[in-house]
Design a protein around this ligand. Structure first.
Ligand code: PRX
Length: 647
């Protein structure tokens, strides 16, 4: 994939004329957000309702010590902001339009009045189950309205949700339940995706079997297929609803009370439970949603992310609803029943803002233009992408074919830890550059540093850091605050290190070049290579494993596993298949290896350290530029690996 492209795509004239913010206004507001941060952020805090208005904005300096706090003396409730206030002001406006997996099944339309009553009833069910303020509640759900209800219901009563993506295995789910001492699980009998059924309840049973004990499991009936209900622990949601009403007050929460935990992969160890708090996160998601998508009241916003990822938190559950927007949620996948599904949805519902991932764009691009052009897309006003670097070819196709060359594309860079969008162009205001995310969001101070932490000015390439805090920043790693510091603030003193490499051009645009640590990005899903390695070595036949990412046409990166079997174990294709299945079982389908490369030895330095740089090059087909191999204990290992390369 060619990534370097310096072409400028000017803003289409109609979009420019229509934009709420000009490039000049952006410049002025951005400068103000840094020069008069306190006043700027207190005014942005006005986007949400407070039970007690904050009198101070933030603690945004990372030096002399990291002690991030925003709107500290304020009190609010996130659910009130997403639900109740709109149920009062615009009760008949649609909040959620839920498109089913099967295009012939019924669409659900939920207005803000109904949303309020449904969420309040859900919250009362949680209370009846024994959930109280501060308790961690694990949510393992398909992409249906009840997944959003569950999150908002937790927020309503001050419980802390931890959503686990339905593509994770029982083992991975168990780790995430144990990791935050969660005693409550919300799930469904099964989920529907692409015409297949995903046995969510059976996975929950397997996760809890002999593992953590849950006080209660709430089960939403979706497919109606038979499941085992454990008496005294498991309850049907539809039955629980019978005994509750829709009167449930919103708990007053301190701005710095945790709102949710979301597990994400890092370069070492087990996934981290990233903690987001209430006030700053709500201000950040509400304001970035409004700015990055130039949101208008008559928009229909469609974010294709699953609630199991941060994008589904910030731009399905919280950002759009905090703005009182109407959004579409989709249970299925882009290529079922055929590859025109997204465009059919755009036409059917008249979607005006579409926010999706490069991996989906690349997969759909491969099917040609016809599945797109046969559907009317004239409702589209803004196209967004997120999750991984977008190659210019895919960007151009998205812009030219999906948007008919008339619709601004925003390439939004951010992370689980940033809570919301950090770098983007503003639609209509800024010229676009395919493959370049663009400029900093208000209040964001990006910095490119070299490997020694020295800041680089002007046009530069290096490691991307952020030098001051912003409201949506994560505050901690659940149960391990030291790890939070170690992971994000110890590489470069006084700076938040993103783990990404980046370039900055003469116009101040940023392009993300990808992770510079041992995290890989597979179809926009973040995966720690260490996690896959730990799963592999759990297998009885495996002595050692080293996992790297390699360029993949559709997924962005694929998972390439070098595995040394135990002495006497035959290196067969059966073993390869077994190891692939083993990783799926341990982590889930999201982590299925693309290649298992069985090898008698791995390239190591004389002190025994695996030389991953070499493994990355071989998997990436760059074995003619391996660089210095003189420190290898046994250089012959490399030749054998090149000869056996699978990618
Ligand atoms: O490497 C960057 C990539 O995704 C990582 C964050 O992954 P996650 O926490 O799962 O959040 C994904 C959704 C926000 C980043 O460190 N990434 C995300 N967006 C972009 C991106 N890389 C390039 N361009 C983007 N627009």
């Amino acid at each position: 994939m060619i990534m370097d492209d310096t072409t400028i795509v000017p803003v289409p004239a109609t979009a420019k004329a229509d934009a709420s913010c000009t490039a000049e206004q952006y410049r002025t507001a951005y400068a103000r957000s840094l020069d008069e941060s306190e006043a700027f952020w207190l005014s942005q805090a006005g986007r949400i309702d407070w039970m007690k208005k904050p009198t101070v904005a933030g603690n945004w300096k990372f030096a002399p010590k990291v002690d991030i706090k925003w709107f500290e003396d304020g009190q609010l409730n996130a659910c009130w902001n997403c639900v109740d206030r709109h149920a009062i002001a615009t009760p008949d406006r649609m909040a959620i339009i839920s498109e089913p997996d099967d295009p012939d099944a019924a669409v659900r339309r939920i207005d803000y009045r109904t949303l309020k009553s449904d969420v309040a009833r859900f919250a009362n069910v949680l209370k009846e189950m024994g959930v109280s303020r501060g308790d961690r509640v694990t949510i393992y759900m398909p992409m249906i309205a009840e997944a959003v209800y569950a999150m908002l219901a937790c927020a309503r009563i001050g419980a802390v949700h931890s959503v686990v993506f339905g593509g994770f295995s029982p083992e991975a789910l168990r780790g995430r339940i144990e990791g935050c001492d969660s005693r409550f699980v919300i799930t469904a009998d099964a989920g529907r995706r692409g015409g297949k059924s995903i046995a969510l309840k059976a996975n929950v049973d397997a996760a809890l079997d002999g593992g953590p004990s849950a006080d209660a499991v709430l089960v939403v009936r979706v497919t109606g297929e038979p499941v085992t209900m454990t008496p005294g622990r498991d309850r049907w949601y539809h039955e629980a609803l019978e005994s509750v009403d829709d009167d449930c007050p919103c708990a007053p929460m301190n701005a710095e009370d945790p709102l949710f935990i979301l597990y994400t992969s890092g370069s070492t160890g087990k996934p981290k439970g990233v903690v987001h708090t209430t006030g700053g996160y709500m201000v950040w998601t509400a304001s970035t949603f409004a700015h990055a998508f130039d949101y208008r009241e008559d928009d229909l916003f469609f974010c294709t992310a699953d609630v199991g990822w941060i994008t589904g938190h910030s731009y399905v559950a919280y950002g759009p609803l905090a703005n009182g927007a109407t959004q579409l949620i989709f249970e299925g996948v882009p290529n079922h029943p055929d590859e025109s599904r997204f465009w059919q949805i755009v036409e059917k519902h008249k979607v005006s803002i579409l926010y999706t991932a490069p991996t989906a764009i690349r997969a759909l691009m491969r099917e040609g233009d016809a599945p797109v052009t046969k559907h009317d897309r004239s409702s589209l006003r803004i196209l967004g992408t997120v999750g991984e670097p977008i190659n210019p070819e895919a960007w151009r196709w998205y812009h030219r074919v999906v948007g008919d060359g008339q619709v601004p594309v925003v390439d939004t860079w951010w992370q689980t830890e940033t809570g919301g969008i950090m770098l983007t162009t503003l639609p209509g205001a800024h010229d676009m550059k395919p493959g370049w995310a663009g400029l900093p969001m208000f209040g964001v101070k990006p910095l490119i540093v070299d490997n020694d932490g020295r800041p680089l000015d002007g046009e530069a390439e290096g490691n991307l850091c952020i030098s001051e805090s912003w409201p949506g920043q994560a505050r901690s790693v659940y149960g391990d605050h030291a790890r939070f510091h170690q992971t994000y603030f110890s590489t470069y003193e006084g700076l938040y290190f993103t783990g990404d490499g980046a370039k900055r051009d003469a116009d101040g645009y940023y392009r993300i070049t990808g992770r510079v640590d041992d995290v890989i990005n597979v179809s926009g899903h973040r995966m720690g290579t260490a996690e896959v390695e730990s799963a592999l070595v759990l297998h009885g036949d495996v002595a050692e494993a080293a996992v790297v990412g390699y360029p993949h046409d559709i997924k962005g990166q694929g998972i390439y596993c070098y595995v040394t079997p135990n002495a006497g174990v035959a290196m067969t294709s059966e073993l390869e298949a077994e190891l692939r299945a083993h990783v799926r079982k341990e982590i889930g389908p999201v982590a299925t290896p693309d290649h298992i490369h069985l090898t008698a030895a791995l390239p190591k330095t004389r002190s025994g350290k695996i030389m991953r740089r070499i493994l990355r090059k071989i998997a990436g087909g760059e074995s003619d530029s391996l660089g210095d191999t003189s420190t290898l204990a046994d250089p012959n290992v490399v030749d054998a690996l090149i000869a056996g390369c699978k990618a």
